[in-house]
Design a binder for this molecule. Structure first.
Ligand code: NAD
Length: 288
């Protein structure tokens, strides 16, 4: 089937000038603090992609790189300092954290008015309740903007989401419900994944399982959004920063039945980076 490619790089480039103009119009460049604990290569790659984009739109990234041995109390005190710093407008803690740290407590320590990832309880409550100015986590916002750019409306449509994590699946499900889609949430214990996803007009996959979704999971003409980022044995990780990656969708197979499909790399990944800085702009406008 002929299909549209949902190209996140194109959308990101199209929206970059407006962000640059907004940040450039402020009295001084805003600061986004990115806290990294440990040395996971994927986290390092994501932070590099965010920092590169920040430089393009005129945001200063304060990358605080802490050792894996840091205690919870020390990490909370770094967050408290950044909450207090009047020149810092956004704070993100790069996830996942080492298991020795309590992720929930750490996220909760971020001032909700600086929570660029939209994961603190105050922000979660907003996106769960469908508050009109809810600040969605960056990946959800990225998917929203990607579909919106290609004029794919989810209102009244059946949307299947594969994955139920707090970072991706749940906020996607909340957003889709808030937009009046009928939502099917699938996960690792769903007995027959294909039976669920085949009902959907739009399938959003965020499972972290390479090739999980193929043509047999899709109805003809479905829109497919691949959030997955997986390393392939012997290959490198992130194309955008000089490495390679694959998604959760078997692109060649799925594109035989899909009407629109996002590639990996070059689909949701660039949109997530863009959305993080669109969230920052909203925090600065106090529009969250
Ligand atoms: P996670 O491991 O926290 O959650 C994975 C989810 O997938 C779980 O809810 C699990 O139930 C479900 N799942 C696993 N195997 C399944 C199966 N066989 N069938 C159905 N459901 C299954 O991961 P996450 O943080 O939600 O991330 C998911 C993927 O998205 C990863 O590949 C991650 O790297 C990627 N990701 C991409 C971006 C981006 O910007 N593109 C951002 C965040 C995460």
């Amino acid at each position: 089937m002929s299909h549209i490619i949902l190209d996140g790089r194109v959308v990101r480039e199209a929206r970059l000038p407006a962000l640059k103009e907004f940040f450039g119009g402020l009295a001084k460049p805003p600061v986004m603090t990115i806290i990294q604990v440990g040395d996971r290569p994927d986290s390092t790659a994501f932070i590099r992609a965010k920092s590169t984009f920040a430089a393009k739109v005129g945001v200063t990234v304060r990358h605080i790189h802490l050792p894996e041995s840091i205690t919870q109390a020390e990490l909370l005190s770094v967050i408290a300092e950044n909450n207090k710093a009047s020149d810092v407008h956004g704070i993100i803690v790069q996830l996942p954290l080492p298991l020795s740290l309590d992720q929930e407590t750490v996220i909760e320590a971020i001032d909700p008015t600086k929570d660029a990832d939209g994961l603190s309880a105050a922000n979660v409550k907003r996106w769960l309740s469908g508050h009109p100015a809810a600040l969605y986590p960056a990946t959800t916002r990225g998917v929203r903007e990607l579909l919106s750019h290609y004029r794919i409306d989810i209102f009244g449509r059946k949307v299947a989401i594969v994955g139920r994590s707090m970072l991706v699946g749940k906020p996607l499900a909340a957003w889709a419900l808030n937009e009046n889609a009928t939502v099917i949430v699938c996960h690792s214990k769903t007995p027959d994944l294909a039976a669920e996803t085949k009902q959907a007009d739009i399938v959003i996959v965020a499972a972290g399982r390479p090739g999980l979704v193929s043509a047999k999971h899709l109805k003809s003409g479905a829109v497919v959004v691949d959030v997955g980022i997986n390393t392939v044995q012997g290959q490198k990780l992130e194309e955008e920063v000089g490495r390679r990656l694959v998604g959760d969708v078997d692109f060649d197979s799925a594109s035989t039945v899909a009407s629109a499909i996002s590639p990996v790399p070059g689909g949701v990944g660039p949109m997530t980076v863009l959305a993080l800085f669109e969230n920052l702009a909203d925090l600065i406008r106090k529009a969250y």
